[in-house]
Design a protein around this ligand. Structure first.
Ligand code: TXA
Ligand code: MG
Length: 363
């Protein structure tokens, strides 16, 4: 039995009693994991520095990797941020509540530990009824990173939170599987030109529609470069989501679909003696299975035609892979870098221990 009290709640209509109990714990400096529409968060009262420090400690998160502050309204944003331009407030009135985190100037009254010493703060208003009701019941913003041990895949089910933090925290509100399965899109609105820091469910096209400007997408936001080049948050230099098994990401690169499939097959065949696992879309799994049969293990993420489904299954698949005794190496397919596909590729690149890229032969 984990130490944390686990309470099941209806995602759309959580019991008031459960919300009240969780809010009391948070008000008195405790830690509560709660569902959001992206992943489960580990909440603490953002204005209680000891509680926030506890979050870093139980997650084993370096203190220079800042947390996201969760608010239930635009008014609450003003408690943690300063000098938010009117055009940003207007855009947020469209995007919130939703899977969008904005990095803006920090209000000096917000404890520094929340922002890892930066003069900016990351804020979002989650679209999950349980999260919103909980923030409202506390009446204060909640600092809440994903509720996993640092470096592990973010939790998309309460069971994942129990696995990582069940004995370290006070309560877990269990509302079943989260909706998107990847963390929110994080954008930097304090740099001279707006940048995507971490791709998520809201893609560049949607951001442009909401804010009326184009957002930059630096290589580290695609999970590409090393972080030597000074990302805006020191936290972005840390490796993420890495399973304990070897994970080889096979990138499509400049190849057409047929050449890429042949390249992927070649990689799989070269590892066959190790009894590898394939992590891929349903279409690819079906095709590979018809050729290689039971000589490998298959993890299906969902249809290539629905990248939201692929995103939703990604983290739980990485967790299953870790526990799957027979497999010591996994080969992952890549997906198209558009919309939520950008978020999937960012996470896969950060999770992989090796990347191999297909190159189209010139005629
Ligand atoms: O969907 C989500 O965003 C989830 C749910 C629980 O809301 N939360 C989440 O938090 O993913 P976390 O702490 O795991 O990720 C926060 C990310 C990190 O990459 C961190 O470096 C970045 O946001 N971040 C936080 N504050 C920042 C700041 N002031 N400037 C730049 N990046 C910041
Ligand atoms: Mg996280």
């Amino acid at each position: 039995m984990p130490k944390a009290k686990i309470v099941r709640v209806e995602p759309l209509n959580p019991s008031e009693e459960a919300i009240r109990e969780a809010a009391e714990i948070l008000k008195s400096g405790g830690l509560v994991a709660f569902p959001t529409e992206t992943v489960y968060g580990l909440g603490a009262d953002a204005f209680n520095p000891e509680a926030v420090l506890k979050v870093f400690k139980v997650k084993r998160r370096p203190l220079d990797n800042p947390l996201i502050v969760h608010v239930s309204s635009l008014d609450m944003l003003q408690q943690v941020a300063s000098e938010v331009p009117e055009r940003v407030v207007k855009a947020l009135s469209i995007a919130w509540p939703g899977p969008l985190t904005v990095v803006v100037k920090r209000k000096s009254t917000l404890p520094e530990v929340v922002s890892g010493g930066l003069d900016t703060v990351a804020v979002r208003s989650p679209a999950h009824p349980v999260a919103l009701k909980l923030i409202e019941a506390v009446g204060r913003p909640l600092a809440a990173p994903s509720a996993n041990i640092a470096g592990r895949p973010s939790p998309t089910r309460a069971e994942h939170v129990v696995e990582d933090l069940g004995d370290e925290i006070d309560m877990i509100l269990d509302a079943g599987e989260t909706f998107f399965g990847v963390e929110s899109t994080v954008v930097d609105l304090v740099s001279p030109s707006p940048q995507i820091l971490r791709p998520g469910p809201l893609g560049p096209e949607e951001l442009e529609k909401i804010f009326g400007v184009k957002f930059g997408l630096p290589p580290y936001a695609r999970g590409l470069s090393s972080y030597e080049e000074r990302p805006p948050s020191p936290g972005m230099k840390y490796r993420h989501y890495a399973p304990s098994k070897k994970l080889v990401l096979v990138e499509k690169g400049s190849c057409d679909t047929t050449t890429y499939f042949e390249f992927l097959m070649k990689q799989l065949e070269s590892y066959l003696k190790d009894f590898p696992a394939l992590i891929a879309t349903k279409e690819t799994v079906d095709e590979v299975r018809s050729k290689l049969g039971d000589s490998l293990t298959y993890f299906t993420l969902g249809s290539r035609e629905n990248l939201f489904e692929v995103a939703k299954n990604l983290f739980s698949t990485l967790r299953i892979l870790d526990k799957y005794g027979r497999v010591s190496i996994a080969i992952s397919e890549s997906v198209e870098e558009r919309g939520i596909g950008l978020a999937i590729m960012n996470r896969l690149r950060k999770a992989s221990s090796e990347r191999i890229t297909c190159k189209q032969k010139q005629l």
